[in-house]
Design a protein around this ligand. Structure first.
Ligand code: URA
Length: 208
């Protein structure tokens, strides 16, 4: 398995993302915290791609997505739905930690999500998963899917798209969220028996 960070096929988009990130005002957060621009992690041939919001403090320090408390719960979900390491990858719609003026974590703004949308779509197209799991509202917004209900799946440009609340939401409510994974589990087991869908070039929905 080749990790996203070492993947040759993702090299161009990775460099592009880093280049765009260093030019964005959010990059100040990386500088003042001595942190990292966070790309992704997992297999560059993932069948299932989990898409989150933006790095938190732990991710900013380590330089990888979902390696803090939310990440622990996400790894439990991965086991629950029957995926192995080479089956999945994880990324965010914003690669830099968003901070408030008081240096508290905050959700990324729609403008921040839109700024990184071309690279987000290129990453999705290059990895070309069969299943995309949108983790929370920010990820859903990037794909114009903010009206999806938890546990719902839709077909989007030939790929299965599944929506679930962000792991942080379940943690805040003292829950694991396993009850909302039923449909995803089904999609994944069905998918194991079928071939990867052909490459569909996602458009950025900025100007649509
Ligand atoms: N929350 C996210 O959305 N992404 C991370 O990488 C960590 C926490």
């Amino acid at each position: 398995m080749v990790d996203l960070n070492e993947s040759k096929k993702l090299l161009v988009v990775r460099n592009e993302l880093i280049n765009c990130a260093t030019k964005h005002p959010l990059f100040l957060n990386v500088k003042k915290t001595n942190g990292h621009i966070v790309f992704g992690r997992g297999s560059d041939e993932a069948k299932v791609l989990f898409i989150g919001e933006a790095p938190g403090f732990t991710e900013n320090t380590i330089g990888k997505p979902f390696v803090g408390r939310s990440g622990k719960l996400l790894e439990e979900w991965v086991k629950e739905v029957g995926l192995t390491q080479s089956d999945y990858a994880i990324m965010n719609v914003v690669p830099i930690i968003p901070l408030s003026e008081e240096n508290k974590i905050r959700p990324p703004t729609p403008q921040e999500i839109n700024y990184f949308l071309p690279q987000t779509m290129k990453m999705v197209n290059t990895i070309n998963p069969s299943v995309i799991v949108l983790l929370g509202k920010s990820a859903a917004r990037a794909f114009g899917k903010e009206n999806m209900r938890v546990g719902e799946s839709v077909l989007h440009e030939g790929k299965k798209m599944f929506f679930i609340y962000h792991p942080a939401y379940y943690l805040r409510n003292g829950k694991k969220g396993f009850e909302d994974l039923t449909n995803l589990k089904k999609i994944i087991s069905e998918n194991k028996n079928s071939k990867q869908t052909s490459l569909n070039n996602f458009k950025t929905n900025q100007n649509e």
